[in-house]
Design a protein around this ligand. Sequence first.
Ligand code: PLP
Length: 403
Amino acid sequence: MTRGQIPVAARASGIEYAIRDVVVPATKLEAEGHTILKLNIGDPIAYPGLPTPEHMVEAYVKALRDGHNGYSPSYGLPALRDAIAKDEQRKGWPATSDDIYVCHGVTEALQILFASVLCEGDTVLAPGPHYPPYMAYPQMYGATTVEYRLQPDNGWRLDLDDIKAKMDDSVRLLVLINPNNPCGSVASAREIHQVLEIARDYPNCIVVADEIYDGLDFTGEHASVASCSNEVPVVALNGVSKVYYAPGWRIGYMALHDPQQRLLLVRDGIERMLRSRLCASTPAQLGYLAGLEGDRSWMEGYAARVVEQRNICVERINGIDGLEVQSSGGAFYMFVKLTDEKWAQDDKQFVLDLLHEEHVLVVHGSGFSPELGRGHFRIVYLPSTKVLNDAFDRIERFLIRHR
Ligand SMILES: Cc1ncc(COP(=O)(O)O)c(C=O)c1O
């Protein structure tokens, strides 16, 4: 009797994560001996000059040496929950440590939140383009992600009319990613208030505020969504990965802002889910605690470096025939428009051909939204100036060659 392949669950086989999917052919090229210029991954540690601050690393190492190698409480170390609550208070809302749940990164927080809220037929309304897990995970619970439009010709600002048009009672989670990945746009307090005004009419809707890049706002306009809401429940997401430059530690959190005490059932579900997966890494939590409690003046130098890199990229990109970009207001991404018709129609082919011919790795825009990201690609602008300039020279050469 011949035996075929053991079936895979459709919920797994259907998952795509554009950012890492393009790494597969790049790794193959590297194995063949090629050097790839990588502008693809949103990991600040992958680029020179932005290391995890020393006092945080010391605290992590000390935690290991002091024997903090056991499980932590499921919702997080009390001292860390307390420090996070104080940090959220600083952002303008009355968080308590009981509102904070520490996870293995925002990514785990999302999985737990989706598992705790979403049922068959529910909708997640997320920005288009968006960070891919907002599309990939809800399907696992029978829910669907619908995208609202960010305006490509207006700095990728929220299209409030589109949000309004797409809201209905099936929308259980309305997502704001602020600053946005992949576009780098920042929503202002005024816009956030308008979104909350829309959400108010839907009593079963929670606003999800992914603020993982909030310390990388260069507009001065950023506001915490929870701080703007005195009625609509908000789940704020944040962590150590971007603003504290330690994504490999896998520590993040969700903070529940529940002004009208309407999240009691959801909170119970979240707590059950958290207990069932034990806890987040104990020594890594102590490293994050050192970051929250320590001096933060180092952040200014890091931010200045990021802004400098951004300015170099905007100038270079807009000097290349076939590319257009608007300056980004936050995070460390740029979403670049391909203006040559051939590539505007097939950004994934652009990314693959560019990789194979010029050994430059970027991420196709359609991986962040099949419709609203099409005809674009995302770069991370953290590589050294030398690598960036080399990459832009190669992209320009590639575009000319294919005309
Ligand atoms: C918008 C957004 N949210 C969350 C994450 C992942 O966060 P974490 O490392 O805490 O899982 C990323 C990573 O790129 C992101 O861009």
